[in-house]
Design a protein around this ligand. Structure first.
Ligand code: AMP
Length: 502
């Protein structure tokens, strides 16, 4: 099946409706189509199809990001979003790992990319291109079969370095349309966007769903609790989606505010028809405080980079605190015991397996890991869940090596690898410890090469910051004479976790 991309076909129908607002400038669907079409023509540079070339792109959270992503899609490339706040080493790792044929970057990142600019073909995007006249693209854009690769998102795995999760157009459409129907997206919806744009939550749930529905996405350059509250007060948003950490920060900001301000902010939540939380466990205390402040019972859902969203509390009907709801339309799930036998009984914790058009194609260039991730077409999530009558409950990760910090998934192994490059670290172990604001915090236990030369947590963070994104930096340190290990020599992480209690 070969055709023009459905998201672009839909945009044509929405025409002069507002698609994106950033920094007080509005862009219509027609402008988005035209600008991304012109950019696609420039990327094609005389060829007829980018033929799934991986194109890594680095744009700020504004219209330039959307136009670039659509240009890559319309030209037939695979969009690989990069995160502007990551250190250059991480950006370069992704460019190399996805074997990018080209990097598209906004001019504002010229200085950031300067040290590597000579190594890659870089196509610079500037505001001029995005304010050009809206004309039909001068060349015909390719027809794109929906089973072609569309996007690659980097996610941390148990094997250390992040791996590229490949999603086809078909996968993306399945992930988008199930949310459109479950959460009743309308073309009258208006949503604020302040989440990172290299993660499924920000890309699929917020941006792509909004543009599929013909809604308006209001892009903020970053999350700032005060600014988000003010935006809520000034703009009649209908939808709001965030990770639990953001709700905690909004609660803290509200608590700091004078009484009249609190009242105005709370009243502003009355415009909203739905507020969603996900990407990490929502503490019940946060759900309850948020209800008091905003009047909204947060809708908690569960998903993953590899599958988009799988489970959701209902849009209409009772939402149960502590549960993530039931399977979304088109998503099949089962809970499976260690032998791979489905468990039908309630309240029995076991691994969640997921099947459906929403499930990703492969880990890029990692056939063995892709194969290991599936059994009979079921994707094995690595999350332990329990089925209750009212819905599913997330119990925890099968592996202790994935830590969730403020909605980000962090690989303990990757941090350990970095710590091990420190001249005075002989051995180390990284674990996640519970934290009411962040979900989990990163704790590092280290054995020193030279115990007379101690290390502080700040020195350790400075050391890691040159190699790792900010959210991956340990925030607690324990210096130990040795690490506990099992007979196979594996560190006993549950025991190490107990060192950080209290
Ligand atoms: P990511 O691929 O970065 O979106 O991370 C996916 C992981 O986040 C899942 O495998 C879960 O471990 C966790 N997760 C997502 N949503 C929830 C939720 N509502 N409650 C608990 N954990 C969640």
């Amino acid at each position: 099946m070969s055709q023009q991309l459905p998201i672009a076909l839909r945009a044509k129908q929405y025409g002069n409706k507002t698609a994106i607002i950033d920094n007080s400038t509005s862009y219509t669907y027609y402008q988005l189509l035209s600008h991304s079409g012109q950019l696609a023509a420039a990327l094609l540079n005389g060829t007829t199809d980018l033929c799934e070339a991986r194109i890594a792109f680095l744009c700020p959270s504004n219209y330039s990001y959307v136009a670039t992503q659509w240009a890559i899609w319309q030209g037939g490339g695979v969009a690989v979003p990069l995160c502007p706040t990551h250190p250059l080493a991480e950006i370069q790792y992704i460019i190399n790992d996805c074997q990018a044929q080209m990097v598209v970057a906004h001019r504002q990142f010229e200085a950031l990319l300067a040290p590597i600019a000579a190594q890659y073909p870089i196509f610079w995007v500037d505001e001029l291109m995005l304010t050009a006249n809206t004309i039909e693209p001068i060349i015909l854009l390719p027809d794109i079969a929906l089973n072609r690769r569309a996007m690659m998102l980097y996610t941390s795995g148990t094997t250390g370095k992040p791996k590229g999760v490949v999603l086809t157009h078909h996968n993306l459409i399945a992930q988008i349309t199930c949310l459109i129907s479950a959460w009743e997206w309308q073309d009258t919806d208006v949503i604020p966007h302040f989440l990172p744009l290299h993660h499924t939550h920000g890309i699929v749930n917020k941006l792509c769903c909004a543009l599929w529905a013909g809604a308006t996405c209001y892009m903020l350059p970053r999350f700032d609790a005060h600014e988000v509250w003010n935006a809520l007060q000034n703009i009649p948003f209908t939808l709001f989606m965030a990770v639990p950490t953001i709700y905690s920060k909004l609660i803290a900001e509200w608590q700091k505010a004078p009484a009249d301000q609190q009242q105005q902010w709370s009243a502003a939540c009355g415009h909203l028809r739905l507020m969603v939380s996900g990407s990490a466990a929502l503490p019940i205390s946060v759900l309850e405080q948020w209800q008091q402040i905003s009047g909204h019972v947060l809708l908690e859902r569960y998903g993953m980079t590899e599958i988009g969203m799988a489970l959701s509390n209902p849009y209409r009907g009772k939402r149960t605190a502590g549960l993530v709801g039931k399977p979304l339309p088109g998503v099949s799930v089962q809970i499976v015991d260690d032998a791979g036998i489905p468990i039908e009984t309630l309240n029995t914790p076991a691994e969640l397996w997921v099947k459906g058009d929403n499930v990703f194609l492969e880990y890029w260039n990692r056939p063995a890991e892709t194969e290991k991730a599936f059994t009979n077409g079921w994707f094995k999530t690595g999350d332990v869940v329990m089925r209750l009558l009212e819905g599913y409950k997330i119990v925890g990760r099968l592996s202790t090596d994935i830590i969730k910090v403020g909605g980000y998934k962090v690989s303990a192994l990757e941090i350990e690898e970095t710590l091990r490059t420190h001249a005075n670290i002989l051995d180390c172990c990284v674990v996640g410890i519970p934290d009411t604001t962040w979900g989990e915090r990163i704790a590092a236990a280290v054995v020193l090469q030279n115990p007379n030369e101690t290390i502080t947590i700040n020195q350790l963070r400075d050391f890691c910051a040159t190699q790792l994104a900010n959210y991956k930096l340990p925030s607690v340190l324990n210096i130990a004479p040795d690490l506990p290990r099992n007979a196979m020599g594996k560190v006993l992480k549950p025991e190490v976790k107990t060192w950080f209690k209290g």
